[in-house]
Design a protein around this ligand. Sequence first.
Ligand code: KMH
Ligand code: ZN
Length: 272
Amino acid sequence: MEKLIITAAICGAEVTKEHNPTVPYTVDEIVSEAEKAYKAGASIIHLHVREDDGTPTQDKNRFKECIDGIKERCKDVIIQPSTGGAVGMTNEERLQPIYLDPEMATLDCGTCNFGGDDIFVNTENTIIEFAEKIYGLGIKPEIEVFDKGMVDMALRLYKKGILKAPLHFNFVLGVNGGIAATPRDLIYLVDSIPDDATYTVTGIGRNEFNMATISIIMGGHVRVGYEDNIYMKKGVLANSNGELVEKVVTLAKELGREIATPDEARKILGIG
Ligand code: KMH
Ligand code: ZN
């Protein structure tokens, strides 16, 4: 089986220090959390950034400071800025980090409820605009899927030539408003994508490690990190993103799956 690519989503836009005091806000904290995740075995850093007070931002300069710091301490890691940002941001705001020459960027392929009154809006025209800009800059998109209809949207745009093979998906299961984190629903998503596509699996909250385990067994890849879950197990907060990555490495080793280096991840994903 292909080696396992581990993505660390170290920060996100929603989780705060009130949830877990080690959630990173400052540039130093973000760089340090990225380094811990990288040293533990992550080959991709999925990156959101914050102001010092924790406010999510897509500011290009703030992204540049964080990306420069991460590149200095994690020489070969793949950096994947978010173009999702936080609920309520404009498209222009969200797109800023793609102009920093990253290797990857996210491409959210549909609209969904995001808990409470929040709606994460991605109209068809937004998806097309983002896709054209991302491919236009030679960046590999990771197609973010929160519900099955988003796979179908991606496949429609693929047939039209707007998305290009090989497609790489991130299946996010367990968002309050998206597809449930069940083995059945994960298999449904995996069965719906082309044979030459790759996928990673993100289980939200308490679903993080059971979804990761299923993906390790099925030949998919895994994303973990504070964006998605702040606990090592029920009632035990993680001390760092590195600890969450370490747990996936342990699971993978127990299940006989080797971990991909960043360069091996590039080959698997067709980057560069
Ligand atoms: N923060 C969510 C509203 C992405 O990174 O592309 C969107 C998100 C997806 O996190
Ligand atoms: Zn994200």
